[in-house]
Design a protein around this ligand. Structure first.
Ligand code: NDP
Ligand code: ZN
Length: 348
């Protein structure tokens, strides 16, 4: 990213590893809607000569003197969020905010990302995870951000077995929110999106009802479908700030909204006063950046290893070689109807 709206290839110095760090080379990378918000919408503000990308799996090429569990040659999962694990925020249970709000989000935000021949990883023992041979490099890319973020939506909304869950947005993040809800034992799962490929995947991941935001208000549709009882949880992974008002209207008292959508425009989020129980409705609203961390990555990998979760349907467009990276990024911007996620494989 040379500046807002302009991307190009650049020569940069190869990064080095401090005592706790690693330098890695990507085996496969994926472009994210967040890269699009940052580059084309300037949602984070101006960034000059910033390397984009925060989704990949990689091979370790160099480690610092104090790194214990990783060595050059190791194949690793790389989470999009790489907190500082000895920070006070991490000790308080919010590693993603280490060093300040959203401070765990370093790649393609405050430091060079993974769309490079070599990239730097802070706190390697806390952030990297070993990549099991059984997991392909394409699937491994989905463990960087799509799986942990979609699953975090279900954690934020605290989906319980038997719950009726509404998932707003079924791009790759929302699809993983559907999958997480099903794994946590949700009963009915209503999913909102229009791309046929996403609708089909949503059903396969456990959605029972597919809704379109083009068919009128989501809240009205949901209320009608639930005999005006509403839903227990709303997971937001798409749309704009107006999704919050619809979510609150669709929610039962005692319910919870879990948002992982990156709100890239607007100043304020409106909460409907009456539907929020004039301030007393016990309708909780949570919004969070996915937590990073080796333990979490290893646990999520277990879901793939033991076939509880099959993410193959997410990678609709697989390319080989850096020469296709720009195409992958532009696909993520333009969202053709047959796209869920593009992956660029560099080495297997
Ligand atoms: P996509 O653009 O692929 O998916 C967005 C979904 O929202 C699609 O299903 C789309 O429907 C739907 N949608 C669009 N407009 C509306 C609307 N008005 N009302 C309801 N639904 C709508 O995005 P991703 O899945 O890649 O990412 C989702 C969000 O998550 C992004 O904002 C991304 O930046 C963010 N994100 C957040 C992270 C975190 O840690 N919190 C990490 C990674 C991503 P359609 O089928 O019509 O396209
Ligand atoms: Zn991402």
């Amino acid at each position: 990213m040379q500046k807002i709206g302009r991307s190009a290839w650049m020569e940069k110095r190869k990064p080095g590893a401090g005592p706790l760090d690693a330098v890695c080379r990507p085996l496969a990378v994926s472009a994210c809607t967040s890269d699009v918000h940052t580059l084309f919408e300037g949602a984070l503000g101006e960034r000059e000569n910033l390397t984009l990308g925060h989704e990949c799996c990689a091979e370790v090429v160099e480690v610092g003197a104090l790194v214990k569990d990783f060595h050059p040659g190791d194949r690793v999962l790389v989470p999009a969020i790489t907190p500082v694990w000895n920070s006070l925020e991490a000790q308080a249970g919010f590693p993603m905010h280490s060093g300040g709000m959203l401070g765990g989000w370093k790649f393609s935000n405050v430091k060079d990302g993974v769309f490079a021949e070599y990239f730097h990883v802070n706190d390697a023992d806390g952030n990297l995870a070993h990549l099991p041979r059984e997991i392909s490099v394409v699937d491994a890319c989905m463990l960087s951000d799509m799986v942990p973020t979609g699953f975090h939506a279900a954690e934020l909304a605290d989906v319980q077995f038997g719950d009726t869950v509404l998932v707003i947005g079924i791009g790759p993040v929302g699809l993983m929110a559907v999958a997480a809800s099903a794994l946590r034992g949700a009963g009915r799962i209503l999913a909102v999106g229009t791309r046929p490929v996403c609708q089909e995947a949503a059903r396969a991941f456990g959605a029972t009802d597919i809704l379109s935001y083009r068919d009128g208000g989501i809240d009205e549709q949901v209320l009608r479908l639930t005999e005006y009882r509403g839903v227990d949880r709303v997971l937001i992974a798409g749309g704009d700030e107006s999704a919050f008002a619809q979510a609150v209207r669709a929610l039962r008292p005692g319910g919870c909204v879990g948002n992982v959508n990156y709100l890239s425009a607007g100043d304020a989020i409106g909460i409907p006063r009456v539907a929020w129980g004039v301030g007393m409705g016990h309708k909780r609203i949570e919004g969070g950046l996915m937590p990073g961390g080796r333990l979490r990555m290893e646990k999520l990998a277990q879901l793939l290893l033991w076939k509880r979760l099959d993410v193959r349907a997410l990678s609709t467009h697989v390319f080989y070689g850096w020469g296709h990276l720009e195409e992958a990024l532009l696909l993520m911007r333009d969202k053709p109807r047959d796209l869920i996620k593009p992956v660029v494989v560099l080495d297997e």
